[in-house]
Write a protein that binds this ligand. Structure first.
Ligand code: PLP
Length: 446
């Protein structure tokens, strides 16, 4: 039996345990089902090999088998975690899974829930922040995810981008200049930027909070789980340890938490914020006095299956330092450090700074920015043709000038190669990845 068949057999066993429920199929006939499913299979072949270690492009990581199985199992009842009456078991599982995420950040108290992803989690955090600080604006670094600026547009909040330093992290001098006008209610700190995986200096930003009194929302959608890695560099450790003092956090289990898409999470440290969600819903919340998750969530219907999958994954792989889950994250960091070291010694490539997490950005050497961009595109195509899938990223010349002093910057931005080494298997496949890069590097000479 191959592994996929074993997985289906496990699902069948689990379904036998899920007894006592009426069949959920209104029409049990199978007419046309097989053909349509075959068609779906054929159509799905038009994809890149996302779960394979030679896919090293965007932030994509296959869900763990337990997440996939638990999710599918939950679909047999298809609970809705808006309220207890929509999903009793899955509501309890969501509360437990979210509490484990809050505990991972050493929070003694929290409210929070799952949502569709980092974008909605950020929107919700800024929505609540705006209620607490009416009439004030939001600051985030120029490298923050675009969802913050967009959320501010939706919420009609003033948004300003703080300049970044050479490592792509929030520049403290520029931040303080913005804070000085007294109009900032919330600073968004990113722990793990989307492009570079850079960590904004959270401890220093918290120190400024003493003087300027703002809320701190941390976007740890991608980077948050790295707090579990035991041996982080001192600076990164300090950033993650400081999470215990922030007001709200976004973390995406569908990035590094081994979940299928549609699993983000927003956390607030102060449970007393719950009344800010107050709304009229005379048709809901009637079965119990215990908290219904819809009472503290921006969205109404939410998939209980998402909570079940996350709960099951955390049960199998608890969120503890030194555990199996954290050791796998450490392997991603090792893979990124090793790829960086390899590229840094190859004169055909230009590198930036040592990666802080598991994203590596580099470019083929060229005399000017435009030729570097053209070569990055060529290398991107050549590696894909050789079976290695990378991503591209456009970076401001100002950031790269610090590193590439001999390059003539004839364009305001430069296209570089970007690789998210998010799978633990990337560490085992690194030799092969480097081998492919070596073999196609010359093809990038255009
Ligand atoms: C730092 C950060 N925040 C937020 C998001 C948005 O998350 P989602 O795509 O789940 O909406 C991303 C996505 O890559 C991200 O990297």
């Amino acid at each position: 039996m191959n592994t996929d068949n074993q997985e289906i057999a496990r699902l069948e066993e689990a379904l036998d345990t899920l007894t006592g429920l009426p069949s959920c199929l209104a029409d049990p006939s199978e007419e046309g089902l097989h053909e349509v499913l075959e068609e779906v299979s054929r159509r799905l072949q038009d994809n890149l090999p996302y779960p394979h270690p030679l896919y090293a492009g965007q932030m994509m990581k296959a869900p763990h088998r337990i997440a996939r199985l638990a999710y599918m199992l939950a679909l047999w009842t298809n609970p809705n975690n808006h309220s207890h009456e929509g999903g009793r078991a899955s509501t309890a599982m969501e509360k437990e899974a979210v509490a484990a995420l809050a505990a991972m950040f050493n929070w003694q108290t929290h409210i929070g829930h799952l949502c569709s992803g980092g974008t909605i989690a950020n929107l919700e955090a800024l929505w609540i922040a705006a209620k607490l600080r009416p009439g004030t604006g939001v600051l985030a670094s120029a490298a923050a995810h675009y969802s913050h600026r967009r959320a501010c547009e939706l919420l009609q909040l003033d948004f300003h981008a703080v300049a970044t330093d050479a490592r792509g992290t929030m520049d403290l001098v520029n931040l303080e200049r913005h804070l000085a006008d007294g109009r900032t209610g919330t600073v968004v700190v990113t722990l793990g930027t989307t492009a570079l995986g850079a960590l904004d200096p959270l401890p220093a930003i918290l120190a400024l909070r003493e003087q300027y009194d703002f809320r701190v929302h941390v976007d740890a959608a991608y980077g948050g789980y790295f707090t579990l890695v035991g041996e982080l560099p001192v600076e990164a450790r300090a950033c993650f340890d400081a999470l215990a003092q922030v007001d709200s956090i976004t973390i995406d289990p569908h990035k590094h938490g081994l979940q299928p898409y549609g699993c983000g999470c927003v956390l607030f440290r102060d449970p007393a914020l719950a009344p800010l969600y107050h709304h009229q819903a005379p048709y809901a919340y009637f079965t119990t006095d215990a908290l219904h998750l819809g009472e503290i969530s921006l969205e109404c219907s939410r998939p209980g299956a998402t909570a079940v999958a996350l709960w099951a994954t955390q049960r199998l792989l608890p969120l503890v330092r030194g555990g199996r889950f954290s050791r796998d994250l450490a392997r991603s960091l090792q893979a990124a450090a090793a790829l960086y070291a390899h590229l840094d010694t190859d004169p055909r490539f230009l590198t930036l700074t040592q990666p802080q997490l598991d994203i590596v950005v580099w470019a083929p050497r060229g005399v000017c920015a435009s030729s570097i961009s053209a070569r990055s595109h060529a290398l991107f195509e050549a590696t894909a043709a050789a079976g290695l899938h990378l991503a591209l990223v456009s970076l401001p010349a100002g950031l790269l000038q610090e590193y590439w002093r001999e390059v003539e910057f004839d364009t305001p931005t430069v296209t570089c190669l970007r690789s998210c080494l998010m799978k633990p298997e990337h560490a085992d496949w690194l030799e092969r990845i480097c081998c492919i890069l070596d073999s196609v590097a010359d093809a990038a000479t255009v």
